[in-house]
Ligand binder design. Structure first.
Ligand SMILES: Cc1ncc(C[n+]2csc(CCOP(=O)(O)OP(=O)(O)O)c2C)c(N)n1
Length: 753
């Protein structure tokens, strides 16, 4: 009736109605009710477009007037005014329900159009809430995912979500899956849509029980939903309800399904609705009379009319997005936002000692013991503190302040480059020891996870986690930055746009190993350019640190400010151990802070000799500097952009102003269509335009535009790299100008065909 009413009053708007699958409502209602009665306090729900509006009204009990107000095109919802808005069948909402005096909180996660992408996000939220509530038996918080049959069968992230369900770092004690199996996907029939007999076959990878039930039999649907809840609660595994039904209209209400399924829709037309079937049954059984039915109908019809009247002037309550665990967090302002990230020297030394102490009865690998000793000694001598040490100091300092830290990624415990060693293994018993987990009696919760081999699912999970707990530093690490594009949907649809679309902040931090080191096209690039291209409206932060201390501050800054923003960090590989990629203790202590641009201190005499400024970001700096040192050149000065977005206009201006006669050259190892060049070009030139300086154009040195990020031929890589450095440091400006859009470096003869 609700959907028919919307159809009449708001002609021509898409609803993605539930008609044909109405039993979804009593089914889901039953799942919520039985969960509540079993002691569940929170259900995180993920669902797609189908039936969302009806679920909002009938299950979430969102006032009808507020849903109808959205049909009027209303933008006055405080959950929207700051954002760019989203279509009504994507919005998230939370509500409280009560069954037999017990309360349950329902939280419907906002989702993008990308089907099933929300699945791991929901599960990450569940895990975070369970951790916050210390729900170790997974009895208090559960996830409920509602799927379409075509999406369930086709989208790989569904398999990834099942795959994580029993894993140490991801399990939540079982998710309940409900499939609205209307036996069609847009216009595609099941035999084109899946190779398996059932759309739910994928659940068998974890041997989850699957209930197939007829959607026209309301009581059977309710019955299996109750069983599903009981099964999940008893065995703590995923469980699936596959409700066979149909779709009475087209994919949306504007479509004519007869175009593609004429026979099926002839049958559907003459098929009585689920409501009619159930009404008839209840009347035949003497449970209801015809009058009762009519009475119910007219009560609901007048309610709909009444609510429509209120909808016109409906003003929703204030936005709820910074309540609960988000209290105290606010919208980021454009003012200085470094946060106080330094710690005292005493504390640093103390932490250093605590996290590098290996218990007497533990047998570490000899090499690991040496690494730990060297790390501690670098802290104690105050010199040569390397990347991995700085990272563990950042984590430990946050933990000592009571914050949580959760890092997941493939092989993250040891670290892909054998650099982290956050998890030690006893060489006799193979027992694990995680120093950051136990270094103080009172400390935050530290979790480091060797994730399963997924990017999409894991990144989605961590994004969800970060949304529930703003006081835990949540990090996801790509094995190499190149693999992050397997999770592109999470980056595009959630991380870079979530705050604008749905006013949901996230402080999720991505660690993406990046750099041209001759390891081939897929072990080279975190695709810096893609992240930069997505930067706007202060949505994310992109950094590419060239000092461990700067990395330390960037990590701590994530929690030491009163707002949260996703942080994308291009991280080192071979330069993890470069002798110049180290910091001294003062860079962590005594009011030290994050710097967006790094450079060497020069005396005024030295400054007067500079006639070339090399601007760069990331690892190429170390190679440029080594070459400058080798040639003992003092006419070239390097500015490293450790942060690329938000772009450091002001600092850049101050720095460049000091060298009015210097040529300004951007140097990168990436091809010209990649890396930061195209992002920084007009930004840097806009600064050059407003200051007095001889050069107004940013020259470029880097590889020529290329389809593939890097060559896999080691010699070619090495020669190209050497040429870039040589050109940047040694060549005449006229030579550089010849290569406006990148340098065709080493040429190889094409094979003659
Ligand atoms: C990843 C992705 N690919 C394609 C689409 C376009 N699309 C929207 S709904 C739909 C069909 C979905 O069918 P099903 O999962 O059975 O759900 P139903 O609409 O039948 O309830 C498609 C292909 C999309 N939203 N997301």
């Amino acid at each position: 009736m609700f959907e028919q009413f919307l159809d009449k009053k708001f002609i021509g708007t898409k609803r993605f109605g539930l008609v044909g699958s109405e039993s979804t409502v009593p089914g889901i209602e039953q799942i919520i009710k039985q969960s509540c009665l079993a002691g569940v306090e929170d259900i995180y729900i993920g669902t797609a477009h189908r039936g969302r509006l009806t679920l909002l009204s009938s299950v979430m009990e969102v006032p009808l007037r507020s849903i109808m107000a959205k049909f009027g095109g209303g933008g006055e919802d405080p959950n929207e005014v700051l954002g760019s808005g989203d279509v009504k069948y994507h919005l998230g909402i939370s509500s409280d329900r009560e069954f037999d005096d017990k309360k349950i909180h329902l939280s419907l996660t906002p989702n993008p159009s990308h089907l099933e992408a929300v699945d791991p996000v929901v599960i990450g939220k569940v895990r975070a809430e369970q951790t916050l509530l210390q729900d170790k038996t997974n009895d208090r918080v559960i996830g409920l995912l509602i799927h379409g049959d075509a999406a369930m069968a086709g989208q790989g992230v569904v398999a990834e979500t099942f795959a994580m369900s029993q894993l140490r770092g991801f399990r939540t004690g079982g998710t309940i899956h409900f499939v609205i199996n209307n036996q069609i996907g847009f216009t595609t029939m099941p035999h084109y849509g899946r190779s398996a007999p059932y759309c739910t076959e994928i659940a068998k990878i974890i041997q989850a029980p699957i209930f197939h039930v007829n959607g026209d039999d309301v009581e059977a649907v309710v019955h299996v939903c109750r069983l599903a809840v009981e099964f999940r609660n008893k065995f703590k595994t995923d469980v699936v309800v596959d409700m066979f039904c149909y779709r009475r209209s087209g994919h949306n209400e504007m479509d004519l399904p007869e175009f593609t399924q004429p026979l099926m829709y002839q049958k559907i037309k003459s098929h009585p609705s689920t409501l009619k079937i159930y009404e008839k049954k209840l009347i035949e059984e003497g449970v209801l009379t015809n009058d009762d039915v009519e009475n119910e109908r007219s009560i609901y019809a007048s309610k709909l009319n009444e609510e429509l009247k209120f909808a016109k002037s409906y003003k929703p309550n204030k936005a709820d997005w910074l309540e609960g665990s988000w209290k105290g967090i606010t919208v980021a302002s454009i003012d200085a936002r470094r946060g106080k990230t330094a710690i005292t020297e005493n504390e640093l030394l103390k932490i250093g000692e605590e996290i590098h102490t290996i218990p007497e009865n533990f047998n570490p690998h000899r090499r690991i013991k040496k690494i730990y000793d060297d790390r501690l000694s670098s802290i104690q001598t105050g010199n040569g503190i390397d990347w991995a040490t700085a990272e563990s100091l950042a984590f430990a300092s946050l933990l000592s302040e009571g914050y949580g830290v959760r890092l997941s990624g493939q092989d993250s415990g040891r670290g892909t480059f054998s650099q982290r060693h956050a998890v030690l293994y006893d060489q006799v018993s193979e027992k694990r020891f995680v120093p950051l987990r136990h270094f103080r009696e009172k400390q935050g919760f530290f979790e480091i996870i060797d994730s399963f081999l997924s990017e999409y699912g894991v990144l989605g999970f961590e994004y969800g986690y970060s949304q529930v707990d703003p006081r835990t530093l949540v990090l996801w690490e790509g094995q190499f930055g190149d693999f992050a594009n397997n999770a592109q949907t999470i980056i595009d649809q959630f991380i870079t746009t979530g705050e604008r679309k749905w006013l949901r902040m996230s402080g999720l931090t991505l660690l993406l190993p990046h750099g041209h080191e001759g390891q081939g096209p897929e072990h080279t690039s975190g695709r810096l350019e893609r992240f930069l291209q997505m930067c706007a409206e202060d949505n994310i932060q992109v950094v590419n640190c060239t000092s461990p201390a700067n990395y330390f501050h960037a990590l701590r800054r994530q929690l030491h400010r009163d707002f949260r923003k996703p942080l994308v960090i291009m991280t080192p590989k071979s330069t993890l151990r470069h002798k110049k990629n180290t910091s001294s203790i003062e860079e962590f202590t005594n009011g030290s802070t994050f710097h967006r641009i790094l450079r060497k201190e020069l005396t005024s005499d030295q400054k007067s000799k500079v006639n070339r400024l090399l601007l760069c970001s990331g690892k190429i700096y170390f190679e440029l500097d080594d070459h400058l040192e080798k040639l003992k050149k003092d006419n070239v000065h390097i500015l490293r952009f450790d942060q690329l977005y938000p772009f450091p206009y002001e600092v850049l201006k101050e720095e460049v102003l000091q060298f009015p006669n210097a040529e300004i050259i951007w140097v990168q190892e990436e091809p010209s269509n990649m890396g930061a060049f195209r992002f920084v070009k007009h930004r840097i030139e806009s600064v050059l335009q407003v200051i007095t300086g001889k050069y107004k154009e940013l020259l470029f040195i880097g590889r020529k535009a290329s389809a593939s990020p890097a060559t896999g031929i080691a010699n070619r890589h090495a020669e190209n790299q050497a040429n870039i450095i040589k050109l940047a440091v040694e060549s005449d400006i006229n030579e550089i100008k010849k290569h406006k859009d990148g340098v065709t470096l080493v040429k190889f003869k094409l094979p003659i065909e």
